[in-house]
Every structure is written in structure tokens, then in C-alpha cells.
Write a protein that binds this ligand. Structure first.
Ligand SMILES: Cc1cc2nc3c(=O)[nH]c(=O)nc-3n(C[C@H](O)[C@H](O)[C@H](O)COP(=O)(O)OP(=O)(O)OC[C@H]3O[C@@H](n4cnc5c(N)ncnc54)[C@H](O)[C@@H]3O)c2cc1C
Length: 357
């Protein structure tokens, strides 16, 4: 796509700190798209379009170009959600040359529970029927699962004028949790999600509870897929706990023959281990939390850091799991200046803190 082709949209943002926000954009999107930073200009390029963002005085001027009207709306919403997130509690305004269509986002899919079964004692697999599974057969593996209140017809989010999603409120409020599409069954038109059952006494766990109680015919929705973190390299190290196990299992299952895969996976005990089918060469080390000495912490992070030390710079390092473990590994990768394009490091949950939504 050249700069003059495609569907276009321009926008203006008024952040408190223009350059600070530009820095955050450049820093954040490096793991999701190609980022070119030149002075007060950031260019983001991905499959669904380009965003050219430049600081002028107290404003950020934004130009979006996408190959289709649909992807243009997705880029707008994605950027709007991130910019408001970066602004945090600071005052922030965002306006566009055209208003978004007054409909739900085009990447929202209503899906129906087909079945639910235990893969291991604490991992519950829910299979969903989806009218069009084709968008899920890509590199992007993650979705936002939208769980509407029981006993009411679901009301799905629309789109605000500023491009952000407009979530239903009050009695129609939806629970939102992020999950990985573990597998896509194209023939049956099904998507599988594996949910860790992590009962926390006295604490609500709506994502896990949905899977525990899921009944055939129940309707939920997915927004996505997104994340684009399926690594591609000749040699890959995968590190994670049960929350990352569905992603690791999918990466391993879809890896090219000849890929050299090493995985370090922390689960509660041997009963939580899964057979990881692959056409690649795979070496898995399972860590069992139940066998750690009393008071032990950061065992996964320590094992990962030890495994990373001898790796050459060409190895892709993929890490997901609890925030503290992930941060410890992230800082080691930063110190060793591991190539940004050869790493994906994301925390999937935080101990003692419920996911937002
Ligand atoms: C990109 C991405 C992909 C993910 N993919 C998956 C997936 O495929 N399968 C999956 O099971 N999870 C996955 N997760 C993690 C999942 O979103 C979180 O675990 C989420 O908090 C679960 O929501 P909940 O309603 O069950 O618990 P919450 O209401 O969010 O949390 C309630 C309590 O449970 C604790 N808690 C949350 N998660 C865990 C956990 N894993 N282990 C122990 N305690 C926990 C919290 O600290 C909190 O105290 C993914 C997260 C991300 C960001």
C-alpha cells in the first residue's frame, strides 16, 4: 500500500505532555508493529494499516491509512483505546475528521458454547461455535471474552465518537477478560479456549467461573483476535505458567517443522502437565509449584533467567505469566540488550489483583 492508497482518516489529540505520549506510543507499539521514530514523528505500520503521528505544539496530529474501511475503524479504535490508556488520569481529548459508524466494532463475534470439559484437573476447555472462524486462523492469538449478565439479552459495546469502545453500563454491564484461542477447528467452525480454574477463597473469579459453569447454547462474544505475538524464528524459548500454557501449546502446535523449541512451564503438579503436539523439535521442562520448598518465590523467573544466559542473540524469547516473574525476566532481557524484535514479554495476571473489566 503506498501512502496515497487506501482508506484515510485524520485525527487530533490534545495530551498534557505531547512528547511524553509520543515516546509511550513508540515504546509500546514496538512489539506489535513496525515503529519508525524520527524526531517528533512516529510511524506505526501493521497488516491493518499505518498510523502517522506527529507532535506539533500542544497537539498530536494523526493520519491513518488502511486497506479497507473495516480495518480503518479497527485501527482508530485500537489507537484511541491506547492513547486514553497512556493519558491515564491526565486530561486528554481526541477527535477525528469523521465520526465512527454507530455500530458494534467489526471484530466483535457473537459465539455460542458447544461444550465444556476438563483437560486436566484445573484446566477447563470450552468450545465455542463461531459463524466465521477465518479471522482466528492468523498469528494473532488473543481475544477479549465478553460475558454478559445471566438472564438478560446481551447488549454488546458500540463505539464512542472518539473511537473508543462504548461499554454497556448498569444492569447490562459485561465482564471482560483476556484469553488465548487455544485452537481453531475450521471444519466444525469452532474456537477453543482453555481456562485455568484458580479458585481464590472469598474472591470472585468471573472468567474462571464462566468456564466452570458454561452450558451448551450459552452466548458470549469475543473481540479480536489481537496481540500478534506468535513468534517466528529458527530457535525459540517459551516461558510461562498455566495462564500462558494455552498460548505455548498453540505456538508449539503451529511451529514450522525444523524449529528448535525449548519450553519452561510452571504448573501446580504433574497432573496439570499436557501433551504438547508439534512437528518441530521440542524440549520441555515442567516445574511443579507443589514441590517447591516452603517460602520459595520466583522459581519460574529463576529457571528462565538461567536458561536465557547461554542463549545466542538469534533466539526468540517468549515469556508470559504472573507480573512479578515476567518483570524479573524482562529486566534481564533489557540488561542483555536482547533484540526487541526477538522477544515478546507480557504479564497475563497479577497476584492479588483482579483483571480490569
Ligand atoms: C494476552 C492474555 C492471554 C491470556 N490467556 C489465557 C488463557 O488462555 N487461559 C487462562 O486461563 N488465562 C489466560 N490469561 C490470564 C487471564 O486473563 C487472567 O488469569 C484473568 O485474571 C482471569 O480472570 P478471572 O476472572 O478468572 O480472575 P480475576 O477476577 O481477574 O482475578 C481474581 C483473583 O484471581 C487471581 N488470579 C488471576 N489469574 C490467576 C492465575 N492464572 N493463577 C492464579 N491466580 C490468578 C488474581 O490475582 C485475583 O486475586 C491471559 C491473559 C492475557 C493478558
Amino acid at each position: 500500500m503506498s501512502a496515497t492508497q487506501g482508506y484515510k482518516l485524520s485525527g487530533t489529540a490534545l495530551p498534557k505532555d505531547t512528547i511524553g505520549m509520543l515516546d509511550e506510543i513508540a515504546e509500546h507499539f514496538i512489539e506489535h508493529s513496525d515503529v519508525l521514530r524520527t524526531g517528533n514523528n512516529v510511524l506505526l505500520k501493521s497488516d491493518i494499516g499505518t498510523a502517522d503521528i506527529r507532535a506539533e505544539g500542544d497537539r498530536l496530529l494523526i493520519d491513518l491509512i488502511s486497506p479497507s474501511e473495516e480495518s480503518l475503524q479497527l485501527v482508530r479504535t485500537m489507537l484511541a483505546e491506547h492513547l486514553f490508556y497512556f493519558a491515564g488520569d491526565d486530561p486528554f481529548e481526541l477527535s477525528w475528521s469523521e465520526l465512527p459508524p454507530p455500530t458494534s466494532p467489526s471484530n466483535l463475534y457473537e459465539v455460542t458454547v458447544v461444550s465444556a470439559e476438563d483437560v486436566t484437573p484445573h484446566m477447563r476447555r470450552v468450545k465455542f461455535a463461531c459463524a466465521d472462524v477465518s479471522p482466528f486462523v492468523r498469528d494473532d492469538m488473543h481475544v477479549r471474552l465478553l460475558i454478559p449478565p445471566k438472564g438478560r439479552p446481551p447488549v454488546w459495546p458500540g463505539i464512542h465518537e472518539d473511537g473508543r469502545l462504548a461499554w454497556p453500563k448498569g444492569d447490562d454491564k459485561i465482564v471482560v477478560r483476556i484469553y488465548t484461542i487455544r485452537a481453531v477447528d475450521v471444519e466444525r467452525g469452532e474456537l477453543w479456549i482453555d481456562f485455568l480454574q484458580h479458585p481464590a477463597p472469598g474472591v470472585a473469579t468471573p472468567g474462571a467461573d464462566f468456564a466452570r459453569d458454561a452450558e451448551p447454547g450459552q452466548t458470549v462474544a469475543l473481540i479480536g483476535p489481537g496481540g500478534s505475538d506468535k513468534p517466528k524464528a529458527a530457535r525459540i524459548l517459551l516461558v510461562g505458567d498455566e495462564s500462558a500454557l494455552p498460548a505455548i501449546a498453540r505456538i508449539v502446535a503451529e511451529a514450522e517443522p525444523g524449529t528448535d523449541l525449548q519450553a519452561i512451564i510452571e504448573v501446580e503438579n504433574e497432573a496439570e502437565q499436557q501433551l504438547l503436539a508439534t512437528r518441530a523439535k521440542l524440549d520441555v521442562r515442567w516445574l511443579h509449584r507443589a514441590s517447591y520448598p516452603p517460602g520459595a518465590t520466583a522459581m519460574l523467573a529463576d529457571a528462565a533467567i538461567e536458561a536465557i544466559a547461554p542463549l545466542d542473540g538469534d533466539t526468540f524469547i517468549w515469556v508470559a505469566g504472573e507480573k512479578k516473574d515476567v518483570r524479573a525476566i524482562k529486566s534481564v532481557l533489557k540488561t542483555r540488550q536482547h533484540d526487541r524484535k526477538l522477544k515478546s514479554v507480557a504479564w497475563y495476571w497479577e497476584r492479588g489483583v483482579a483483571a480490569p473489566g
